[in-house]
Structure formats: C-alpha cells, structure tokens
Design a protein around this ligand. Sequence first.
Ligand code: 2AM
Length: 178
Amino acid sequence: MRLFVALELPPEVKDRLASLAGGLPGVRWVRPENYHLTLRFIGEVPGHLAEELDLALAAIRAKPFPLSLSGLGTFEKGGRVQSLHVVAERTPGLAHLQSKIETALQRSGLPAERKRFAPHVTLARTEGAALPKLAGFIQAHNLFRTEPVMVERFVLYSSQLGKEAAVYTPEVEYDLAA
Ligand code: 2AM
C-alpha cells in the first residue's frame, strides 16, 4: 500500500482553494476533492507494517488546534518549478501533531523523514507553466488567507496513482481530544 498521513480540509476551505484555480496555461490543477495537508508521506509499505503504523498512530494523544492558510508558494527541483501551493501557518498545535506522528512512525520502523516539515496544500503541478505568469499569479493572490478552522482529527490515506489524477482513500481517522 502507498500511504500518507494528512489533514482533510473542510468544504469551506476547499471552496476557497478551488476559487484560486484557473487562469494559468500549462498547469495541472489538483481536483478539489484531492486537496489535503500532508503531515507525513509514508510511501509503499507491506500490509503487516501498515498495521503497525496504524497502531502507532492510534496511540497518539494530541489536542485539537486551529489551522489557517496564508499566502502562496512554490517548490522547485533541478531549477524547475514543480508545484504551486497554499502555505499553512506553522502553529504550535500543527508542529506538535506533526512531530508526534514522526516519532510514532519512526518507533514503528520507518526511516526518519529527511526533509523539514513545510506545511502546505498543493494547488497545482506547474512543470508546464510559464514562469512570469506563475510569478504574476502568486503576486496577485499574495494576500490569500483563510479563517482558522479547528482540526479535530488526522487521517491515514492510501493513494493510488492514476493516469489523470491520484485517488486518495481515507483508510483510518484518528480523533484529537482536548
Ligand atoms: P505534495 O502535495 O507536496 O506533492 C500524497 O502523495 C501526498 O504526499 C502529497 O501531498 C505529497 O505532497 C506528499 N508527498 C511528500 N513526499 C512525497 C513523495 N516523495 N512522493 C509523493 N508524495 C509525497
């Protein structure tokens, strides 16, 4: 199974994000039903390890916290802009949950994540976009903000890569409790 741990986004946030999509030739917009905030990408794991990881995630105790999205950014690789995202504020509540998840998964045998956690919601794959257009788009939407929403759970998703778009299936939900 190809797995990742993420936050789902409420419909009002997805609607705001969807309102940003459009007006950039050559980009592939993420479908609104696929918007999510990844806390930890796990990747392909055998079934028995998936069960271990589920047990470890279920044992996490963390409190609900507010989540706000604020501003746009891009990720680059080899000098190419690969994706466009909305930035999530790196609040103590979000950082705490992410670090608990990282610790729990490492204890269950996953290698440490080497990349620093950069919370974001991917809006589009941008390999085919013209850079000046992309820069203009980011500038135009620089003040994009969402009202804080309370995060009450996190989710273990499976991902099936498709030709057009990946299909993400929520496998297990873990509630946060005050
Ligand atoms: P992205 O949105 O920045 O591409 C499911 O693939 C989720 O896991 C995506 O949100 C993706 O982030 C994230 N992810 C992190 N590392 C990944 C990797 N090495 N391969 C695929 N997805 C990864």
